[in-house]
Design a protein around this ligand. Sequence first.
Ligand SMILES: [Zn+2]
Length: 375
Amino acid sequence: MKGSFKLGQIRGVNVFLHWTFLLLAGWLLLAYLRYGAEPGQLAWTIMFILAFCVCVLLHEAGHAITAARFGIHARNIVLLPIGGIASIEKFPANPFQELMISLAGPVANLLIALLLWLPVSPHTSFWKVPGDLVTTLPWQASLYLLRIANIGLALFNLIPAFPMDGGRILRALLAFRLNYVRATTVAAATSKVVAIMLIAGGILMLNAAMAIIGIFIVLSADSEEYYLRLRSLVQGLKLNDVLIYDFTSLQAGMTVQQVSGTLANNHSKYFILMADTVPIGSVNRLEIVKALAEMRYSQPLRELLKEEIESLDGSQDVQNVLEKLARDEERIYPVTEHGRFAGIVSLDHIIEYLLLHRSDSKDFDRLKSLVGLMH
Ligand SMILES: [Zn+2]
């Protein structure tokens, strides 16, 4: 990341410090000096800054360690005053993994806050200032501030908007129900609403920090949007370019019994159902096997179809039908060329095409991240 310098390496993970951290340190020190702080208090402030740095590192370590449990390794950690970034080598394979990885950071800060409170001042309130901040012992004040800083860090990162952890948590929760692309779209839209609310709130309440967070979200909203990324990558591609011609079609009127022979020799995951020369949809191999296992031998394949799908015209841009394809990642669409059924397409096919055909482009790193979208 630009503007950061390497602090060192922990278990193969490079740890960087972003320059904004120094800005925060400078600002805190200046504030102390202005109020005529004594050398002792100054020392405590420096220790507070260092301790806060460690808390941010532990937040990122939470993400990295959880990711490692799922076999995803972190390469770099950048420490920022607002939480930092742990760049992991690939996107989580499923919503549960993303949920766990994203939650781990804020949870780490909440645990630290709890640990800072329990042994030191169990009889005081979790939230209350220990007496008067100015007159209390500096170590007590520092511990209190560190506790609040950790709670702030956790709450800030739980804001349900990209690029915060909260945005990813929201997407993961949505992805239990929707497919990943759709979940991202919804979460990104939510991010924008949250950002507008923060900016408006910041202006109305004359709260600069709130407005700045809002602007920050707006500026970085796109960075997490795989879907938008995908949209830009398929720019200029026609459906004809990504068509798959290698598929097996079956007549919709055939019975389950009649196609059992085909199933034995053909290991396709799905079959295209035809009503004469017109494709009407696809049926999963498993559906047919299930029908056979349940001895529904005379059932026509048409009855296994969830719903009929209309063909897409091959001459249109992939971008125009991306949303449609993303609605159900397993859905396979028939595509026509000059009015005749020519091939099939699905979201997976398009991602696969991009991975295979753009491997020499400088976008390949961005492309690789799309593997997370494949099912
Ligand atoms: Zn985080």
